[in-house]
Design a protein around this ligand. Structure first.
Ligand code: AKG
Length: 237
């Protein structure tokens, strides 16, 4: 696995690790995501109240998964369509968290977003978790995107930068509740998903087969009652 130094972009609490995963590790991660999709098929989330569909498709792994529909945003232990428990968090993802989250407990949820060429994600805060002391750790795979991040208020000034396949972003500390989103995908900027044979049918990604972007965000949802009872994952020991 490639490791890289965190870049300081001048946003307190935001760390960007360019090329955190090398190509081989990215391909191995895509293979793991395919297995997650086989057990927990991607679904189209809907906006609370209006029921308007998101442009991204989603699934989850971990003990909890994030879902959205007419009843609101929430974490739940089961897939909204199959009713089955989410598949476990792959060890390779838990390892990344352990190496850079600087938090003593395992992530409980990993939301997996599938972006086809035209998909985007509007500015939002990740605030459905109870424990904001834990960061959100996000891995990009496949086509590059333009990522935007602002402050604690939607109206705060924002900055945009490109995220490429293998990059990892940590939103922690002062940036934990920063508004952020994805303005656009740059189609055809990566061959990762094509070469990994990622199936369009499973992922909901756009044509040609395998293009698009996958984003994984690991989150701690609940506040740990007894930190000592949790397996420590800090890779820096
Ligand atoms: O796709 C990304 O890079 C961001 C995803 C995101 O903001 C989210 O899942 O809350």
């Amino acid at each position: 696995m490639a490791k890289s130094q965190a870049l300081n972009l001048g946003i307190d609490g935001l760390r960007l690790y360019r090329g955190y995963l090398d190509r081989e590790a990215q391909a191995a991660m895509v293979a793991q995501i395919r297995q997650v999709c086989a057990a927990a098929p991607p679904f189209t989330p809907r906006m609370p109240k209006s029921g308007r569909p998101f442009s991204v498709r989603m699934t989850n792994c971990g003990v909890l998964g994030w879902v959205s529909d007419e009843n609101g945003y929430r974490y739940q232990a089961t897939h909204p369509e199959t009713g089955q428990a989410w598949p476990p968090l792959p060890q390779a993802l838990a390892r990344i968290w352990g190496e850079i989250a600087d938090y003593p407990c395992v992530p409980e949820a990993c939301l997996i977003n599938f972006y086809r060429a035209s998909a985007k994600m509007g500015l939002h805060q990740d605030r459905d978790e109870r424990d904001f002391a834990a960061p959100v750790v996000s891995l990009s795979l496949g086509d590059s995107c333009l990522f935007r991040v602002g402050g604690m208020r939607r109206s705060d000034p924002t900055r945009s930068f490109r995220l490429d396949s293998g990059d990892v972003v940590v939103l922690g500390g002062a940036a934990r509740l920063a508004f952020h989103g994805v303005d656009r995908i740059y189609p055809g900027t990566s061959t990762l998903l094509t070469e990994a044979g990622f199936s369009e049918a499973g992922s909901g990604l756009g044509r040609p087969k395998g293009t698009g972007r996958i984003n994984l965000t690991m989150r701690r949802v609940t506040t740990p009652d007894t930190v000592a009872a949790e397996p420590a994952l800090n890779g820096r020991s």
